[in-house]
Design a protein around this ligand. Structure first.
Ligand SMILES: Cc1cc2nc3c(=O)[nH]c(=O)nc-3n(C[C@H](O)[C@H](O)[C@H](O)COP(=O)(O)OP(=O)(O)OC[C@H]3O[C@@H](n4cnc5c(N)ncnc54)[C@H](O)[C@@H]3O)c2cc1C
Length: 447
């Protein structure tokens, strides 16, 4: 089932996965001398501020994603990048340590997915999703500003219907609807064996502080919190242009947990003295993919991005990039049959999925450290010592950096974590951290 000249493709969802799929597919088709007709169905206007234009996310683009996009000729202009993240600051109840990037030539970017938080005045930056969708349209895709309400297969060919009408006769149906939509059920109802991903509820909030105040209190650093709060696996404050984005990930993040987090002394210390959350601010509780979908492909159907398989907790946009690129390469160069996707697309999904299993183990270990004060102190001491020294391998700093940024596969992080020198040093620092305070002070004074 190859795609030929004039083949029609329906991409449902114009977030990163849908736009990147279209960019790669159209690029490959052009290089192989074919003209394809790609319709991207997306009801959202990503230039609008607030929920209407936003795909609800922390907005961190990992180093590896920025590099991969650049290598594919997909630049992210300064008008889209709200801030270049220059370091991470890790906050725990036992202390705080700044982690400098292990690879100085690489950069992490902070972006807004839509036109900015609700209540923003004149937006000064462009939306990341609008930028990618714009690139797909430049490559020749057509935007259909409508929500898809039905998909089906008629006579072996996909059919798509929207509230306003039906467009049938597609050669390939691409699901890129994310996980924050009822539309996942449409793909399950196709009866191809697709089962939607497992999700949990996360939290994002945008606080206006103004550029100057952000510069003083948070600088260009992303602030990460390892606090001993039940159900919280990861929390961060991300400085953007005029706003700070708070992101909480874990199991079913609810209001009491958010309130406890925001009122903790470690979080308050990142805001101006006396700051309290305003009565009203832009916030949301989006679903996040924590378990990949089953069978994200069939004859003439492929599911990419969050609604298929993606990276656990970190670098979800990087996950969308990988699945979109692999699915587009399969469709353009191999064909669109179930067998083509099984042979050429499934391995990428499996690789992400097995890496996520390792990721789950890493987050369990992090959870243990969060609950053990001596281990927290050991981690802090080891990181601080590495950051102070100019020479030597910065084992803990590298592990933390890559875990927080999602810049390296989890299996790579885990391999470094179980290295005897890493574990030996962590156990040593934990034991030293467990000494009674007076003895510890003497020891720290000696070193
Ligand atoms: C709290 C939180 C923080 C996160 N932080 C980060 C981060 O810092 N960095 C990172 O890389 N990732 C992060 N992620 C993950 C990231 O948001 C996702 O991985 C990414 O958005 C996936 O892109 P996507 O295109 O698959 O889905 P989405 O971005 O969800 O896009 C899906 C699109 O489909 C459209 N759509 C849905 N239904 C229909 C329909 N019926 N018809 C037409 N269109 C439809 C929607 O309007 C939407 O535009 C975070 C996620 C959460 C929940």
């Amino acid at each position: 089932m190859p795609l030929g000249n004039g083949s029609r493709i329906a991409v449902i969802g114009g977030g990163p996965a849908g736009s990147l799929f279209s960019i790669f597919l159209l690029g490959l088709a052009e290089r192989t001398g074919r003209r394809l007709a790609v319709d991207i169905f997306e009801p959202r206007d990503f230039d609008l501020p607030g929920p209407a234009g936003c795909n609800m996310c922390g907005g961190i683009l990992s180093e590896s994603l920025v590099q991969s996009l650049a290598a594919d000729g997909i630049g992210i202009p300064p008008t889209v990048v709200q801030r270049v993240i220059d370091s991470y600051v890790l906050h725990m109840d036992v202390g705080t340590v700044r982690i400098e990037p292990p690879r100085r030539d690489k950069r992490i970017a902070a972006v807004h997915r839509g036109g900015g938080p609700r209540g923003i005045g004149e937006p000064r930056w462009r939306s990341f999703d609008a930028h990618l969708l714009g690139l797909a349209l430049e490559r020749g895709a057509a935007a259909v500003r409508e929500r898809v309400t039905g998909v089906g297969i008629d006579g072996g060919r996909p059919r798509v219907s929207t509230e306003k009408g039906t467009r049938s006769g597609y050669d390939l149906l691409v699901g890129a609807v994310g996980v924050n939509t009822e539309s996942l059920g449409l793909f399950e109802a196709l009866g191809t064996g697709f089962k939607a991903p497992g999700t949990t509820k996360a939290y994002v909030a945008e606080f206006f502080l103004g550029q100057e105040t952000i510069g003083i209190h948070l600088g260009g650093a992303m602030h990460v919190f390892l606090l001993n709060l039940p159900r919280l696996e990861f929390a961060a404050l991300i400085p953007k242009g005029e706003y700070v984005t708070a992101v909480l990930l874990g199991r079913e993040i609810d209001k009491p947990l958010v309130d406890t987090f925001l009122s903790s002394p470690q979080v308050r210390a990142c805001f101006p003295r006396g700051w309290t959350p305003p009565a009203d601010f832009c916030r949301c509780s989006p679903a996040i993919n924590i378990a990949g979908a089953e069978k994200p492909y069939a004859d003439r159907v492929v599911i990419v991005g969050d609604c298929g398989v993606t990276r656990l907790y970190k670098d979800g946009i990087g996950g969308a990039y990988r699945t979109a690129k692999a699915a587009a390469a399969t469709a353009a160069l191999e064909g669109v049959s179930e067998d083509d996707f099984r042979r050429h697309y499934l391995p990428v999904c499996m690789s992400l999925s097995s890496d996520n299993d390792v990721g789950k183990a890493i987050f369990r270990i992090t959870g243990l450290i969060q609950r053990m004060p001596h281990a927290r102190r050991g981690l802090l001491r080891m990181t601080a010592a590495e950051q102070k020294s100019r020479a030597g391998t910065k084992r803990m700093s590298g592990v933390l950096w890559d875990t927080f940024t999602g810049s390296a596969p989890y299996r790579d992080v885990f391999r470094r974590f179980i290295h005897p020198l890493f574990l030996g040093r962590l156990i040593w620092e934990t034991a030293a951290g467990a000494l009674p305070a007076r003895k510890r002070d003497l020891r720290e004074g000696e070193s």
